[in-house]
Each structure stands twice: as C-alpha cells, then as structure tokens.
Design a protein around this ligand. Structure first.
Ligand code: 9UX
Length: 67
C-alpha cells in the first residue's frame, strides 16, 4: 500500500470533504481530508491504481492538486 499526502486547493466546506472522500472511494482508494490544513491523505494499492489517476479524479471535481 502507498501512503501519499496531497496539498489540495479549493476545499472549503464539509461538502468538499465528502465529495473528495467519496469520489476517491469510487476508484478503489481511501482519502482522508484535513479541511483546515488543505491536505488529503491517500492510501491506495499502487498495483491497482496510479497516483495520477487519483489526482485526476480529484481535479475532475473542480479541486486543484498542488504539484
Ligand atoms: Mo462547499 Mo466545496 O459550499 O467544493 S462543497 S465549498
């Protein structure tokens, strides 16, 4: 399993947290959002999904992942 911490811009309310955690779950990964810090912790199996694919999924929802 991989554990990655992302800096994500545009998360400002509790619905954002649910959106991101939910959408990441649909691609088979686990996200835990720290709203105040603007951080998303990912846990995923890199033999199942790439980090790029997870990042894309988050960005498709309108958030900006800082790279
Ligand atoms: Mo809240 Mo987040 O109104 O994209 S859902 S800011």
């Amino acid at each position: 399993m991989k554990n990655v911490l992302l800096n994500v811009e545009g998360m400002t309310c509790g619905s954002c947290v649910r959106t991101i955690e939910g959408v990441v779950q649909t691609v088979g990964a686990k996200a835990t959002v720290d709203l105040a810090a603007g951080l998303v912790e990912l846990v995923y199996d890199d033999s199942e999904i790439s980090l790029d694919a997870i990042v894309e999924t988050i960005e498709e929802q309108g958030y900006d992942v800082v790279k």
